[in-house]
Design a protein around this ligand. Structure first.
Ligand SMILES: Nc1nc2c(c(=O)[nH]1)N[C@H]1C(S)=C(S)[C@@H](COP(=O)(O)OP(=O)(O)OC[C@H]3O[C@@H](n4cnc5c(N)ncnc54)[C@H](O)[C@@H]3O)O[C@H]1N2
Ligand code: MOO
Length: 384
């Protein structure tokens, strides 16, 4: 199956989990399901932007505690409401405290001139008019957007679900700590996959390590309680690879059985009889990362009710393609444009570690005078 078709199948495989209404305090990092519009004008009352006096008309002004008429001044503090509709609005202004002085019940402008009409008065609706979009659908809520929502009087927001993922890492030769002996490898996945999947909008809720043992792999998958299970390794057909048999024991239905991509060719997507989905990543570290990013994303997007993220267009380098295959190549942006990494072997992580994105190289290859598609890395904020 082609890589674009596998991505479409992955997106079509999942049904959206229910949206959630969450209090603002829990909404950071979540994605909005609909535009947040201003429920009222922001700000909703006119106020002073400075400590000083609300003055009306020409100075000097007589001090008053009441609504000032032309020729009068009333003390104000920053943020205090100004009853603009009740004033002679064409001449009302705030004289900041540094620019005025008081004596004998009068306020005089130090500079001599009266402030311009409206000066230091924050008008109603100067940030947003009622009904204007404050935060757009799909936006990831950051601290400032939460503050904006709070200033609009919002207590809770409806956001997309964050799908939970259970990881099942396989391999007798995989060790979790320290320096591996010959024939052993250090686990490349349990630490970074958490961040990768978080960056794709998911939450890892469990990690199980199992050896190359059919019964153990089958049991680990069976007991993984999450709508999406992600496995690593064991996708091949050697005597040490048991994933296919485990899926068949569990009655899994293969939706994607290998992808015409490199790295990541042996990737599978299956559905278990109870509706849980399973993304089987190959054991080679770069292959697994590339598959998690390019096939995990459509699955997770669908689970949280979003369209899959489209690739971006970038100026292409000259790069040969490969028959009947989509190459996904880590690249860096340099002064010479996008430069593919020399470390693109499927067991290598060095190229991806310094990369800005993944180049999508179709069968026909890329030409330096054209454009290429690039897949964002979940941990890199692209320059747009
Ligand atoms: N005869 C064939 N052999 C292989 C083929 C093929 O088509 N025919 N495909 C190759 C490709 S492509 C890939 S990718 C791998 C897929 O291998 P598996 O998914 O079966 O994974 P393993 O055999 O378990 O491991 C492969 C490789 O990855 C290392 N590994 C596994 N887990 C981890 C981990 N957590 N951290 C770091 N490294 C890990 C493992 O030690 C192996 O070196 O198959 C090729 N072979
Ligand atoms: O596709 Mo394998 O995934 O090249 O290493």
């Amino acid at each position: 199956m082609s890589w674009p078709e596998a991505r479409r199948r992955a997106h079509a495989a999942a049904t959206a989990l229910p949206q959630e209404l969450v209090p603002l305090a829990e909404a950071g990092g979540r994605r909005l399901v609909a535009d947040l519009t201003a429920p009222y004008d922001l700000p909703h009352f006119a106020s002073s932007a400075m400590d000083g006096w609300l003055v009306v008309g020409e100075g000097p002004w007589t001090l008053t505690d009441a609504l000032p008429h032309p020729g009068q001044a009333r003390p104000v503090v920053t943020g205090q409401a100004i009853p603009i509709a009740e004033l002679d609005a064409g001449t009302a202004a705030v004289l900041r405290s540094e620019h005025g002085e008081t004596s004998s019940g009068m306020v005089r402008s130090v500079a001599g001139a009266a402030p311009k009409a409206g000066q230091h008065i924050r008008p109603i609706g100067s940030e947003a008019i009622r009904g204007e979009t404050l935060i757009s659908v799909g936006a990831r809520l950051n601290p400032a957007s939460l503050a904006l929502a709070a200033s609009a009087g919002v207590d809770a927001l409806t956001v997309h679900a964050v799908p939970e993922i259970a990881l099942v890492l396989t391999g007798d030769e995989v060790i979790g700590h320290g320096v591996p002996d010959t024939g052993f490898v250090r686990d490349s996945f349990s630490v970074p996959l958490d961040d990768v999947l978080h960056g794709l909008g998911a939450r890892v809720t469990g990690v199980t390590r199992v050896g190359d043992d059919l019964a153990a792999i089958t049991a680990a998958i069976q007991s993984a309680s999450a709508p999406l299970i992600l496995t690593t390794g064991g996708t091949g057909s050697s005597s040490a690879d048991h994933l296919r048999n485990a899926l068949s024991h569990l009655g899994g239905r293969l939706l994607v059985d290998g992808v015409a991509m490199r790295p990541g060719g042996p990737t599978m997507v299956a559905e278990l009889p109870d509706g849980r989905l399973i993304l089987c990543l190959p054991g080679n570290p770069l292959a697994a990362m590339v598959a998690a990013i390019t096939l995990g994303e459509p699955l997770l997007a669908a689970l949280s009710g979003r369209p899959m993220r489209a690739p971006r267009s970038i100026p292409a380098p000259d790069l040969a393609g490969r028959a009947a295959t989509t190459l996904l190549v880590p690249y860096s942006i340099t002064a010479d444009g996008a430069v593919p990494t020399p470390w693109s072997g499927s067991a290598m992580m060095r190229g991806l570690a310094g990369a800005d994105g993944l180049l999508v190289v179709p069968e026909a290859g890329l030409r330096a005078d054209g454009v290429a598609e690039s897949i964002d890395l979940p941990w890199v904020r692209p320059a747009r």
